[in-house]
Write a protein that binds this ligand. Structure first.
Ligand SMILES: Nc1ncnc2c1ncn2[C@@H]1O[C@H](COP(=O)(O)O)[C@@H](OP(=O)(O)O)[C@H]1O
Ligand SMILES: [Mg+2]
Ligand SMILES: [Mg+2]
Ligand SMILES: [Mg+2]
Length: 322
């Protein structure tokens, strides 16, 4: 099968990173939030997860750039040596060759640029959810000529379809598969059918600053979804749509940050996992999300994710909403 090596390497790396995150959540009473320049949080688990995945990608595909969310500039500072020692300790539990020096280098392997073939990585998507004890995801995708070819979404805290921890894997043209946290295949997954009214619920962020709740609920109502939204951190929302547990995920620009542009690593893996499960993804104007340009999707506004059948109706409701 095409992309089989990429798929296997990505699954193994994402699961290893997800285990590191689980270990940090179990062993640290409250994982420390380190503040980034934009004042958003990052933790030793984000750094450890990025180190592990970048190490695996660099070993298997040395010429592929990785466009990751994090970098090691802060961790390299002398006053951060305790945190770096902790990151190294968690990485070593999975990758015994790790030293503080290799760990920062592995993390910075994720400073690559968008090119004709690259990986994009969110080592922890939903860091705020991770810190709160809620949902988070490890998200990894391979993009070629702007087209997502492989996507792995590991959601260690998600309980769905009888699984404690959900790993979804998609390869373009090959469908979306559900795996256990141990990497065992369970079944292929499909989005909800339009007759399945009970499952046509909608999902949105927990963080009110990451969307526009009032417009989101107005649009959901306009397309006949009357139940309250399910609020979930991270790309676990894409997993809910791919597995048919929700029919719609709306992420409309927040009135508090109208100039915010979505980042590729917050979407790439989720998009493929939903599309290969039969769903559809676009921005709020119906444009496809652009993964060919840079780490920010400059020309897209908002994100609409659906089971496919309701997508055009949602876009119409959006065009008509003030
Ligand atoms: N103003 C904003 N609008 C939309 N997304 C934002 C945002 N500020 C931060 N984010 C992104 O929202 C992501 C979390 O998504 P969600 O709200 O669905 O849980 C964050 O990912 P990280 O947690 O990886 O930093 C971050 O990239
Ligand atoms: Mg993210
Ligand atoms: Mg992140
Ligand atoms: Mg972040």
């Amino acid at each position: 099968m095409v992309y089989d090596t990429e798929k296997q390497v990505a699954i193994k790396a994402a699961i290893a990173a997800a285990k590191l995150c689980q270990q940090v959540r179990q062993q640290e009473i409250t994982p420390e939030a380190i503040q980034k320049k934009d004042r958003s949080p990052v933790t030793i688990a984000d750094f450890g997860a990025q180190a592990l995945i970048c190490q695996a990608l660099a070993a298997a595909f040395p010429s592929d750039p990785v466009v990751g969310e994090e970098d090691a500039a802060t961790l390299r500072q002398a006053e951060m040596s305790d945190q770096l020692a902790k990151v190294t300790q968690y990485v070593q539990a999975i990758e015994p060759t790790a030293t503080p020096e290799t760990v920062v280098d592995w993390i910075d392997h994720g400073n690559g640029q968008v090119t004709s073939r690259y990986w994009t990585l969110d080592p922890i998507d939903g860091t705020k959810g991770f810190l709160r004890g809620d949902q988070y995801a490890v998200a990894l995708a391979l993009i070629e000529a702007g087209d997502i070819k492989v996507g792995v979404l590991a959601c260690p805290a998600l309980e769905m379809s009888g699984q404690q921890g959900v790993v979804l894997v998609a390869v373009r043209g090959q469908g979306t598969e559900l795996l256990t946290m141990a990497g065992q295949p369970v079944k292929s997954v499909q989005v909800a059918s339009p007759e399945d009214k009970e499952r046509l619920r909608f999902v949105e962020s927990v963080e009110s600053g990451h969307g526009d709740q009032s417009q989101q609920s107005a649009v959901a109502k306009a397309v006949g979804i009357t139940a309250d939204s399910i609020r979930m951190d991270s790309q676990a929302k894409y997993a809910a749509v791919a597995m048919g547990e929700a029919g719609l995920y709306l992420r409309l620009p927040s009135p508090k940050s109208p100039d915010y542009r979505e980042k590729i690593w917050d979407h790439a893996a989720g998009v493929l996992v939903v599309e290969e499960a039969g769903g559809r993804v676009s921005d709020m104007n119906g444009k496809p999300l652009n993964f060919a340009q840079s780490d920010r999707m400059q020309d897209n506004r908002g994100v609409v994710v659906s089971n496919g059948t309701i997508h055009d109706t949602v876009l119409k409701a959006l065009a008509a909403s003030p």
